[in-house]
Design a protein around this ligand. Structure first.
Ligand code: SAH
Length: 225
């Protein structure tokens, strides 16, 4: 198993907004260099997105930190991730939900559309000792067999809120998603389910690759904001 001893992460001094010590510890524990293509390893410590193949990117660490901090994850929470990409954020989620009696990742369900990316992500995660459930597919439909989820994190811009994701969110659960068309004015939304109702908070402007799914062609499959 690779070294996961916490060390100060490269952006520690630049993130005054990230105040949750568990989130900071998770970033200290996961080596980003292990999740970027070999020819870009020298750029892994930059707080910026990088290409990972298939026209996709590994997210900017600060944006991941904002998203996972908003989810208020506790050990043992069950979390669904749409768009695992490189697997880097998946590893962060494994750290934040880990309990003492299970392998880190036992409560993490991650979906990725591109088989090639999913395969690479799975290999990297396993090498570092993480054991999330990872599958290839269209994340807009969620993972019904494993629902409900305490938290759902969407890493690609969604033009609508997929109804299946809303339905698979537990009562009291939190979902973060970049909302808007690609290249457009995307807003990061924090959605909470309180007494079955949707409460929405805007966390700011972001820029993500598009979430691709036939679900968006069917208005019946959209959850109303
Ligand atoms: N957090 C990831 C982000 C990867 S980019 C990282 O840091 O590596 C977003 C990913 O979402 C891409 O890999 C893309 O293939 C994936 N994606 C887009 N639409 C999807 C869908 N409908 N279902 C699953 N994955 C999707």
């Amino acid at each position: 198993m690779a070294d996961r001893t916490p060390k100060p992460f490269p952006w520690a001094d630049q993130w005054p907004e990230i105040v949750d010590p568990r989130v900071r510890a998770a970033f200290a524990a996961v080596p980003r260099a292990a999740f970027v293509p070999e020819h870009l390893v020298r750029l892994a410590d930059q707080d910026a997105p990088l290409p990972i193949g298939e026209g996709q990117t590994i997210s900017q660490p600060f944006v991941i930190a904002l998203m996972v901090q908003a989810l208020e994850l506790k050990p043992g929470d069950k979390v669904l991730e749409i768009g695992a990409g490189s697997g880097y954020q998946t590893a962060i989620l494994c750290e934040l939900t880990a309990t003492e009696d299970e392998k880190p990742g036992a409560r993490v369900y991650a979906i990725e559309r591109f088989p090639s990316l999913a395969e690479r992500a799975a290999a990297r995660l396993a090498r570092l000792g993480y054991a999330p459930h990872l599958r290839v597919g269209d994340g807009a439909y969620g993972w019904p067999e494993a629902a409900p989820f305490d938290a759902i994190i969407v890493s690609a811009a969604a033009p609508h809120i997929p109804r299946p994701l809303w339905e698979q969110l537990a009562e009291g659960g939190r979902m973060v998603l970049p909302f808007g068309e690609f290249d457009d004015n995307q807003q990061l939304l924090l959605i909470r389910k309180i007494n079955g109702h949707m409460h929405v908070e805007r966390l700011g402007g972001v820029r993500f690759v598009p979430m691709v799914s036939p679900l968006f062609d069917d208005p019946e499959q959209w959850a109303e904001l």
